[in-house]
Design a protein around this ligand. Structure first.
Ligand code: SF4
Length: 245
């Protein structure tokens, strides 16, 4: 069964939530004209945001992190975005030497050995390239929604990050049904892994399908305590400089 048929539902207020998300993006683009970036994970929410950016011709760069551990289905979305929208996707990768040294010392499966090693892997493969992506940007766009987890329940539409840049979350008040109703209505390309009960998709070793009734992010770093389950990209008290590369 496809994710569209499972989740897409027109609910009251959907159109006004779409209009509000467009207004957030428009004002973000005009306030931060020098450089503003959508840091896309290529997940369903981010595909909606890319569609909104393209549809409304907003001067916002589209960029993603290629960690070296993504599913082939996730990577395949990059050329699909470029073909569909005629937009270039900036791709940021970890430093090869850092990866080689880390894997030599800790092994390919280090993320399962301890939270510290898992966070070190995220710092090397995600946070350091993210810092390069956002260098020179006054603002960035993310796909966080309040409904995604308890730790995201208070996500605002915009907030300063630890470096003083503004992070915009235009879909903060959207439901999962909203996301999929938009995808269905506008025929937005999406990761086929969403059809396999993976609502939240990260790197291959750290993502699994969820069972009926499990929380939205239960398939991310499922072997860890719930409060540890963020990679640092959206944790305000874990700046890139403290986590280290
Ligand atoms: S999500 Fe997993 S594989 Fe990806 S960077 Fe973090 S620990 Fe490494």
């Amino acid at each position: 069964m496809s994710a569209v048929s499972l989740y897409a539902r027109a609910t009251e207020g959907h159109e006004s939530r779409v209009a509000h998300a467009i207004a957030v993006l428009q004002s973000a683009a005009s306030e931060h004209a020098a450089r503003i970036v959508q840091a896309t994970s290529l997940g369903a929410e981010d595909m909606v945001i890319t569609d909104l950016i393209a549809r409304h011709h907003l001067p916002i760069a589209i960029a993603t992190l290629e960690t070296g551990k993504l599913h082939a289905q996730t990577l395949a979305l990059i050329p699909r975005i470029e073909a569909r929208y005629g937009l270039a996707v900036e791709v940021y990768r970890p430093v090869t030497e850092s990866v080689v040294t880390f894997v030599k010392k800790n092994g390919e499966r280090a993320m399962y050995d301890s939270i510290e090693l898992r966070k070190a892997c995220c710092a090397m493969r995600k946070l350091e390239p993210l810092a390069r992506m956002l260098s020179g940007a006054g603002a960035w766009i993310a796909g966080l929604r309040r409904e995604q987890s308890d730790t995201r329940a208070l996500v605002p539409f915009s907030e300063p990050d630890e470096r003083g840049r503004i992070k915009f979350n235009p879909l903060a008040d959207w439901s999962w049904a909203d996301v999929w109703h938009y995808i269905a209505t506008h025929d937005v390309p999406y990761n086929p892994l969403h059809d396999e009960f993976m609502p939240s998709i990260g790197c291959e070793p750290c993502t699994r399908a969820i069972a009926v009734g499990e929380p939205f992010r239960a398939g991310r770093w499922w072997w860890e305590d719930e409060n540890a389950r963020e990679c640092g990209l959206h944790v305000k008290d874990a700046p890139v400089s403290m986590i280290g590369a």
